[in-house]
Design a protein around this ligand. Structure first.
Ligand code: SF4
Ligand code: SF4
Length: 294
């Protein structure tokens, strides 16, 4: 029978709600029963490798060049200032009659190249990311990518991670998304067959959950919800359950400072005897139906 490949994205409206911890635990548990590949698509702050104690000894590193920056031909430029007037991000400016360029403000939109009357600007591809690959101690491949400091194009780096991951043999892709609703999140949710959203019982946790749900619903991705640190604010946990639907909640994880002590020792949660380990197992058991791959 032909195997169906599935992609589960673990996302959150805000950072620091336990998304990578949950992804690490689920990757480990799914790998016991399925051929999986784990992806860290949180390209602004990738840390899935840390939660798996896999931060070193990468087998392969692949540079990514998906962003563009203008190169100005000073011999052709007559410093007319038009591009500086029109650059939507303030990357081009006139200073003492001379055109200046700040690459850190440039989004590579290409407007300056298109409008320069002297054809003095050409957009060139620049290296903006790095993808790293390894086989983990648990036997499944881990692919992680990062956006280089000051560079743009985080969504495109996520798409490159996906392309590299597609070269692996897998039944299930487990994807740690960036938090929020920006380009890398859109790039991750675009490929999702199913989304597990993680939140915490705080006002910002709830507000940001509502925002990411707009992205998830835009792509018609079926989803469920995990409340991390549910016991720090039982009243708000109850509100989340009522507002988002009890049937949507597939798990709750307790607040436990020992989790941070474990990760500081590079000890994956699934190798501890912490309560969170059992709570993640319960979430996994509820998710299993989405991983049925044949
Ligand atoms: S529009 Fe062209 S010629 Fe004018 S300042 Fe910009 S690069 Fe120079
Ligand atoms: S590519 Fe776009 S953002 Fe960059 S300098 Fe040109 S107009 Fe500005």
């Amino acid at each position: 029978m032909e195997q169906t490949k599935k992609k589960i994205v673990i996302g959150s409206g805000k950072g620091g709600v336990g998304k990578s911890m949950l992804t690490a635990g689920l990757s480990y548990l799914f790998s016991q029963e399925n051929k999986i590949v784990a992806l860290d698509c949180d390209v602004d702050a990738p840390n899935l490798a840390i939660w798996l104690n896999e931060a070193g000894n990468w087998a392969e590193e692949i540079p990514v060049a998906t962003s563009f920056k203008p190169v100005i031909d000073r011999k052709k430029c007559n410093n007319c200032g038009l591009c500086a007037q029109k650059c939507p991000f303030g990357a081009l400016k006139m200073k003492e009659g001379k055109l200046t360029f700040n690459r850190f403000l440039c989004e590579g939109c290409g407007l300056c190249e298109a409008i320069c009357p002297q054809k003095a600007i050409t957009l060139k591809k620049v290296k903006n990311g790095l993808i790293k690959i390894k086989k983990t101690q648990y036997g499944f491949p881990l692919i992680t990518g990062k956006l280089l400091p000051g560079e743009t194009g985080s969504g495109k780096v996520v798409s490159e991670i996906e392309k590299v991951a597609e070269q692996q043999e897998y039944q299930l892709m487990v994807i740690d998304s960036s938090p929020g609703t920006g380009c890398p999140v859109i790039a991750a949710m675009r490929m999702a067959d199913y989304a597990v959203l993680v939140t915490e019982p705080t006002p910002s946790g709830v507000a940001d959950l509502e925002r990411i749900l707009e992205v998830v619903n835009h792509f018609n991705v079926p989803w469920s919800l995990v409340i991390n640190k549910y016991d720090i604010n039982p009243a708000m946990t109850k509100t989340i359950e009522e507002n988002f639907g009890l049937d949507k909640i597939i798990g709750r994880i307790s607040y436990d400072q020992a989790i941070f002590k474990a990760v500081a020792r590079f000890q994956p949660i699934m190798e501890t005897e912490l309560k969170a380990k059992e709570e993640i197992k319960e979430i996994f058991n509820k998710l299993k139906q989405y991983a049925q791959t044949t």
